[in-house]
Design a protein around this ligand. Structure first.
Ligand SMILES: [Zn+2]
Length: 304
């Protein structure tokens, strides 16, 4: 999804504004300028080293604080431990339950040996920005930030408060981040009735329809100490060759890949809503192609 569509869908998704207000929002916001600003900021953000551990999110917290200050928006910050920063700000609106735009500032480690670019350089190649945290979740943070700033700049009348929040430590349990803010600064969430974060998502389809994906839970950490050899990768997007999935698998890489593929297909079949979808997944797993990606098949398609 392009940045423009992401912002539009966020603005729509939140029902921040009355219908007339939304039309104003579209007119009053210079989307091209906003997009250029978002790209520049995404690259700046990716260059701030917030690899967790140790996180050091105070650096990115200060970066957000500078931007909010420039825009004349009040904000609060809190450090949950040395180097672990959190920041939030609120645009006042009407009496509807407030909406929180939440993302985490920390990223998982990256070994530059396995990267084509410096993972903290935010290089652009063929109009794609490469950097640790680009997907998880610094780009989301910038989309939320620019939406928040656009609402403020355009003086859009809001039906509800909108809260921007960037937290530490999501990748290692959240004890210094969102969980800590809930416990120690409950006022940050005052009046909140909805929260947009990674995982669940909204999208503006080509035909103008809104799509909402709702995530009801996430896996939780089980800390074990293991030594495993293989390619590094993010635990949320397993690859058959990655170190964390090598343990307990057949030693031969082809056998591992076959087992992994079988397991994945079985899981997808279990998710498939109807017979046609099941057939499409089976065909795809056998090396066929799919013309159309929808619903659960879309996720399978993207993951495959
Ligand atoms: Zn994440």
């Amino acid at each position: 999804m392009t940045f423009r569509r992401a912002v539009l869908s966020l603005v729509c998704a939140s029902s921040f504004v009355a219908p007339a207000g939304f039309a104003d929002a579209q007119q009053n916001v210079d989307m091209s300028a906003l997009q250029a600003e978002a790209v520049r900021r995404t690259r700046e953000y990716l260059r701030i080293n917030t690899v967790n551990p140790p996180g050091n999110e105070v650096e990115s917290m200060r970066w957000f604080a500078r931007i909010l200050k420039q825009e004349g928006i009040q904000f609060d910050t809190a450090t949950s431990a040395p180097g672990r920063g959190n920041i939030w700000a609120r645009l006042p609106g009407g009496s509807e339950p407030a909406l929180v735009l939440l993302h985490h500032m920390d990223v998982v480690p990256a070994d530059s040996k396995y990267w084509d670019t410096d993972p903290l350089a935010a290089e652009t190649r063929d109009s794609v920005i490469f950097g640790r945290g680009a997907l998880d979740t610094k780009t989301l943070g910038v989309v939320q930030l620019e939406t928040f700033l656009a609402l403020k700049r355009a003086k859009i009348p809001l039906k509800r408060d909108v809260i921007f929040m960037a937290t530490a430590d999501e990748e290692a349990g959240g004890n210094f981040g969102a969980g800590w803010v809930v416990k120690n600064h409950p006022e940050a969430f005052k009046g909140a009735g909805m929260l947009l974060n990674e995982g669940g998502e909204s999208a503006l389809e080509d035909d103008g329809r809104m799509q909402f994906a709702i995530e009801v839970t996430q896996k939780t950490p089980l800390w074990l100490k293991l030594t495993s050899v293989g390619r590094p990768g993010h635990g949320s997007t397993p690859s058959p060759a990655s170190a964390e999935h090598a343990d307990g698998e057949p030693a031969d890489r082809d056998a591992r890949q076959a087992r992994y593929r079988d397991r994945k297909v079985r899981r997808q079949l279990g998710d498939a809503a109807d017979l046609n979808e099941r057939k499409a997944i089976t065909r795809f797993a056998r090396g066929g192609t799919r013309n159309r990606c929808t619903g659960t098949t879309d996720r399978a398609c993207c993951a495959a």
